[in-house]
Write a new protein. Structure first.
Length: 107
């Protein structure tokens, strides 16, 4: 196994079509993911170490698989299950009004 990158408990190794992130503190079956780019691997590792939420909800499942911290995993699950706010609902609410093609909050 040739390591490409290692940080804390995470190791990146080359896989068939990209790279594999392995958390050495978890069982391999549940503690690894496959990613196509090295840059994305490093981003996922830094998010997991710093316990930050990703901007894109598509990466939540990957972070859940490689993370060990239970509180962080619960925070990720809550973030994933949040439903986006509808723009039409915001416009109907009394605290928002339409202003020159954009919405702003009325105080």
């Amino acid at each position: 196994m040739s390591k490409v990158y290692k940080k804390d408990d995470y190791v990146i190794i080359p896989a068939g079509y990209g790279f594999m992130i392995i958390n050495i503190n978890k069982v391999f079956k549940t503690g690894h993911i496959c990613v196509k780019s090295l840059k994305m691997c490093k981003s996922l590792i830094s998010l997991s170490i710093k316990k930050q939420l990703p901007k894109n909800k598509n990466y939540v499942d990957n972070l859940i698989k490689i993370s060990v911290d239970k509180e962080y995993i619960m925070e990720l699950i809550e973030f994933k299950n949040d439903k986006p706010v509808s723009v039409m609902k915001l416009m109907k609410a009394s605290s928002y009004k339409r202003h020159r093609g954009a919405m702003r909050q009325v105080k």
